[in-house]
Design a protein around this ligand. Structure first.
Ligand SMILES: *Cc1c(COP(=O)(O)O)cnc(C)c1O
Length: 389
């Protein structure tokens, strides 16, 4: 057998920080490496695998659509695209009356940023410290982390960053030149930090007052992750744009912007994408969303998330600063760097993510069994003890 890690290392671009592990198969919340070793997966494809790996309903829809029609741009109408646009509008947290389909989270953010400028005729974008919105130039301009931004300056003009969860600072930053205000309901990459109701609801009020459009980034929080179909629903906020991607299509690349009525009429050709709304991704999306509803994955995430958070909070370790999260989006902030603990967990058959330097992040498929979460909580407790001694 060829060595996967070695071959990929020889040819990969190098921009990704990788662990020396080749995963070749998945099922539900478990994955297997090339030697057949099994892991409990709390990486969940970085939040793209909410319905579980190799979900049979999604796999069947993809296979069926692959035999029917894969390639079709939005020059023509399509049955699967019509179905997912209707579905997204119906379940949208913002009473969306239009849906833009694309292929990734960054693309959904780019679209919202452009359309906010287009709709308002203004240029300013207010984003938040520790926010993450993607790596393309517009999305990167809204992203806060200097490590991601600095090598690529100058970025897009007229972006500014206010402190997250500070309404007074936001009020000062949003003016009559602000086209859009972009915010995560729970900051993901920035350390799993849920926003407060006061902040999120207040932000919406300020946007309405000043004629700015609210862009809610639900790329990571969407599709049942936080215990509701969309995290916006916890607070009743209605973004003018709600951007989604990650788990929308069972793991296939897809993004969408659910567009509210305050956004002006969009003219043909002002924006677009070749692959956006392709029938294959649309078919996968219909299947994935249908599965989430049928299996009540939102309820499952709420229940299991509360259970897991409780278990983690009961771990007595001087290394833990705080356990945070909403639903099955959980962060354990450590007083130390998280990387050694991620490796120790991997040795114990548990895959987890970082969020920044010192937060251990769990984004398991929402189909995960409670007993698997027990194994994960025990493993976390053990590795934190090990390092202490
Ligand atoms: C992952 C992510 C993005 C970017 O999505 P890509 O598909 O990687 O382009 C944007 N916003 C948030 C909150 C994310 O978690």
């Amino acid at each position: 057998m060829t060595n996967v890690v070695e071959t990929e290392s020889n040819y990969t671009s190098g921009v990704n920080s990788k662990r020396p592990l080749a995963i070749v198969r998945g099922q539900g919340a478990r994955v297997w490496d090339e030697n057949g070793r099994e892991y409990i997966d709390c990486v969940g494809g970085q939040g793209t695998a909410n319905v579980g790996h190799a979900n049979p309903v999604v796999a069947e829809a993809i296979a069926e659509q692959a035999r029917t029609l894969i390639a079709l741009t939005e020059v023509f109408y399509n049955d699967k695209r019509a179905a997912i646009e209707e579905k997204l509008a119906q379940i949208s947290p913002n009473h969306a009356n239009r849906v833009f389909l694309c292929n990734s989270g960054s693309e959904a953010i780019e679209a919202a940023l452009k359309l906010a400028r287009y709709s308002t005729g203004r240029t300013g974008i207010v984003a938040f410290m520790r926010g993450f919105h993607g790596r393309t130039m517009g999305a990167l301009s809204a992203t806060w982390e200097p490590k991601y931004r600095d090598p690529f300056v100058p970025l897009v003009p007229d972006f500014s960053h206010a402190p997250y969860d500070n309404l007074e600072k936001a009020r000062a930053a949003i003016t009559d030149k602000t086209a859009g205000v972009i915010v995560e309901v729970v900051q993901g990459e920035g350390g799993v930090r849920p926003g407060s109701r006061e902040f999120l609801v207040g932000l919406q009020e300020i946007c309405r007052e000043r004629g700015a459009l609210l862009i809610v980034d639900e790329v990571q929080t969407g599709f049942c992750r936080t215990g509701k179909m969309f995290a916006s629903e916890h607070f009743g906020i209605e973004g003018d744009f709600v951007c989604v991607a990650k788990s929308i299509a069972g793991g296939l690349p897809m993004g969408a912007v659910m567009i509210g009525e305050r956004v002006k009429k969009l003219e043909p050709m002002i924006h677009g994408t070749t692959f956006g709304g392709n029938p294959l991704a649309c078919a996968a999306g219909i299947a994935a969303i249908g599965y989430m509803e049928k299996e009540n994955l939102a309820g499952r995430a709420a229940e299991l998330g509360a259970y897991m958070k409780g278990r983690l909070e009961r771990i007595e370790s001087p290394l833990i600063r705080e356990v945070r999260g909403l639903g099955l989006m959980i962060g354990v902030e450590l007083k130390q760097k998280v990387t050694p603990y991620l490796h120790a967990l991997m040795d114990r058959g548990v895959l987890a993510l970082p969020a920044g330097l010192n937060v251990l992040r769990l984004l398991p498929p929402l189909v995960i069994e409670k007993s698997d979460l027990d194994v994960v909580a025990d493993a976390i407790e053990q590795v934190l003890q090990e390092e202490k001694e």
